[in-house]
Design a protein around this ligand. Structure first.
Ligand code: SF4
Length: 467
């Protein structure tokens, strides 16, 4: 991947601003992250693929395997190398090394194929991981600081008020502010790109694109459930079955079929539900244990607009999978990429049921609604297409700079308010997508790290160093 010069400039500015300042508090294992979240991050490659074991050996993950939905270890069919020797088997991930014995894995033959035990905390005295055959299992302690940099859990928003940096920003020449936002936007894109390409390294390009598109469909409240769903129902599995089975699996595993009472639905919806259930009931039992254990996914439905409802977004994912080659092929080669053609293929997606329904309980819409609208396409360009392609063909950065600002959310509004106020002085810096991305990056790097109501934030004083 080609390094991006503006991103590097912002990274140096950011690091210089924080030099001499107490390190921002990053989430650690004490931050409430569930085992499921940690497993999801591991499976997305967020911790990397090369480690040192507790006994000093070099461990490389060559195949992350399959996230196991049944009994037994967390990840099955994996391959690792330990000091160059290839081992094939399963991987178990626990918050604490002692969970291996607490959960009696050492006496359970289902765990005899485990070749790697991952954990985040361990007792002071040496703890060995052993199978029921008394084979010692290689151990790796995962470092949560690695994920803290670019996969932090959502943090609370900063207070909605004018910040101390608004005055120096207003006094800066427009070109300097724009140059800073452009650099911050490129830095943000580079971070997204690294995360996406890590997933490409772990699962291959098509699978990584599928997971990233699913995540984009979950924006903003349901990113995590969509990510989990796409990790649990991998593309390679879904493309092996026909469209009806695929859609039934997506809606069944999502829990939406179990949670809807048919008598509460419209006649047209009942026909659609019957179609889904006719396939789901055949797989339901095998999936049920997993659903009971993990209660997956935990959808956030409160304060979700009908157009953003995860049921409708899941319908959009099913529609995408029905024409998958036409969605993924344009992303295969950065030199042949056409933004207009990709945009058109997303906007043209339709679905027999979801093109006229917002949810499984809603009455049909009077006229068809776009399954994926302009804003969602913009989200996919910002979070999937350009992060994937720009480092492979840096000339695409100029195209990215031209994208208009379509996104609107509370975090963005708050970033504009804090950095520029609400008197319209920020209007030169909010017209394009890259402006919004740059603002969000500065907001996350400074406002969300500040707990002094701006008093101790180093950003305003250091602004003059941006020449
Ligand atoms: S925390 Fe810093 S960057 Fe954020 S509004 Fe206050 S002074 Fe500006």
């Amino acid at each position: 991947m080609t390094p991006l010069p503006l991103a590097d400039r912002y990274a140096r500015f950011r690091d210089a601003v924080f030099s001499g300042v107490e390190e921002p508090v990053l989430p650690s294992i004490t931050t409430p992250m569930s085992e499921l979240d940690l497993q999801s991050l591991w499976f997305a490659g967020a911790f990397g693929g090369k480690f040192t074991s507790t006994d000093g050996k070099t461990v490389c993950i060559t195949d992350f395997g399959t996230w196991n939905s049944g009994a037994g270890p967390d990840f099955t069919g994996c391959a690792i190398t330990v000091d160059g020797e290839t081992l094939r088997g399963d991987i178990e991930l626990d918050p604490d090394a002692r969970d291996w014995e607490r959960h009696q894995h050492g006496a359970n033959a289902d765990y005899d194929r485990v070749v790697l035990h991952l954990f985040f905390a361990a007792p002071q005295e040496r703890f060995f991981t052993r199978t029921s055959q008394h084979r010692e299992v290689t151990q790796v302690v995962l470092n949560t600081a690695v994920i803290a940099n670019d996969a932090r859990p959502n943090r609370n928003l900063a207070a909605a008020r004018l910040g101390r940096c608004a005055t120096p920003l207003r006094e800066m020449e427009v070109s300097r502010v724009q140059s800073m936002l452009e650099s911050a936007a490129q830095y943000r894109l580079e971070m997204k790109s690294k995360r996406l390409h890590r997933c490409v390294d772990v699962h291959g390009r098509d699978e990584a694109v599928y997971q990233a598109l699913a995540r984009a469909l979950g924006y903003r409240n349901n990113q995590q459930p969509f990510t989990l769903l796409s990790q649990r129902l991998p593309l390679k599995q879904l493309l092996k079955i026909d469209a009806a089975k695929r859609e039934a699996l997506l809606f069944g595993v999502s829990g939406f079929l179990e949670s809807i009472r048919v008598e509460d639905t419209e006649p047209e919806t009942r026909a659609y539900l019957r179609q889904l259930w006719s396939e789901w009931w055949k797989r339901r039992n095998s999936c049920l244990r997993w659903l009971e254990e993990h209660q997956l996914p935990r959808w956030k439905l409160a304060a979700t607009r009908p157009g953003n409802h995860p049921q409708r977004r899941l319908g959009a994912l099913a529609a995408m999978l029905n024409v998958w080659p036409q969605i993924v092929a344009p992303l295969a080669d950065a030199t042949r990429w056409s933004q207009a053609a990709w945009r058109e293929s997303l906007l043209a997606l339709t679905h027999e049921f979801w093109s006229t329904h917002y949810t499984l309980l809603a009455a049909p819409a009077i006229k068809p609604i776009a399954l994926i609208g302009e804003t969602r396409v913009q989200e996919m360009l910002a979070n999937v297409a350009y992060p994937l392609l720009v480092p492979e063909r840096t000339r695409l950065w100029a195209e990215y700079l031209e994208l208009p600002a379509l996104l609107d959310n509370q975090k963005l509004r708050r970033a504009v308010l804090r950095l520029f106020g609400d008197d319209g002085s920020g209007k030169n810096f909010t017209r394009r997508l890259h402006h919004q991305q740059g603002l969000l990056q500065i907001y996350e790097d400074f406002c969300l790290e500040d707990d002094s109501a701006c008093a101790n934030c180093p950003f305003p004083e250091r602004l003059k160093e941006w020449s």
